[in-house]
Design a protein. Sequence first.
Length: 407
Amino acid sequence: MLLPVLQLAPVAGSAQSSGGSPPALIGLIHDQQRAARHRERAELERPFSRMTQDYARMKKTVEDDTGLSFAMDASATTQMGVPGGAVNAIQAMFTPNVNWKAIRHPAWGTGSVQFDYLAAQYWSAANAAELAADLRLNSPLNAYPANSQFFRQVSYTHELPGESIAITLGQYPFASFDGSFYANDQQKSFLSNSMSQNGSQNYSKASLGAYAQLTPLQGVTLASGFHDANNLTGSSIDFNTVGRGPYSWFVYGAWSPSPPSVGKGQYALLYYNLAGVPAQPRASDGLSFSASQAIGSAWGLFLRANTAWNSSFAVRSSIAAGTVVSDPLGRGTNDQVGLGIAWNQTNTSLYPGTAVRPSETMLELYWNWAIGRQLLVTPDVQLFLQPALSPAAGVAAVFSLRVTTFF
């Protein structure tokens, strides 16, 4: 990966690794795999314990011998809010993923198979959506405010010789092309929906389709693809509607400069178009811009600006910005502090005849405290300055504690 700070918030949609290495495949699964390899290399070079070193060596041996690599992030998060405090939410999340390099041929290229599953389960009587409703908030408190289990990616990817063109067939999410260095993973960095993903995204979780990735120049990546618009949840791999239409599609471009005086950056733009289907009749489209820039070896800045037209999601537009710093106390580069601010425009068309504020502004602060390379303990606070669903209400706050472990 790029910098120690980036290992806790993996690069999503990164077009190019540093040092002139081959183009990096785009995808949430590839981000997790790259972050896992970085941890394992560090463990082999500077072991935290004999057990963790043996585990890292075993994974490397399996990958070297078979082409099979696997990883999983597991987290448990508790959230409570004020005023009120009557509703608490406890979420467990698991993201197992496997990548198998099945074909390696100098004339044909490289073929690989991906499997990535996400399971978010609430262990409490209430979920984060109910906690947000209790606080009269329009903005979700995390990326998965209710129970969610889906096949995030099940696909075959073929890289042509030269590794500048890759084609993927199968189930995948548009979210793979809508990322940020520092604000893209609620298990490792910011928790809030606005800073753990596109805050106004209206696309499906995953569906069957195809996309192509092109790297015409070092540091430049272009991609475009489509998938079945009927499968909104990704909870199954649905072949019944494949070939019948309608389809959703996207186009994406990213520039990843590496000025030696500053550090790695990424500037990306995504446009997507969603067809109307019975489960979501509103046809819509959206635009998403993200900018991430390292400042030296420890600091990073990010900006996310997103909007969706004719959206069926509660947030119509979102702008989020902030900074992260790794190793703030000199304990190790896996420690990380992040501070961000987000403005979320309320989709007032979903509240006809109801008095709501036109927007919410929120601040978020988190601190990742690492125990070795396999465990993070993270206190987090979100401060909402004007709850949108209660125009007379004042400030609301959400306090969270997250524990994440890596396999």
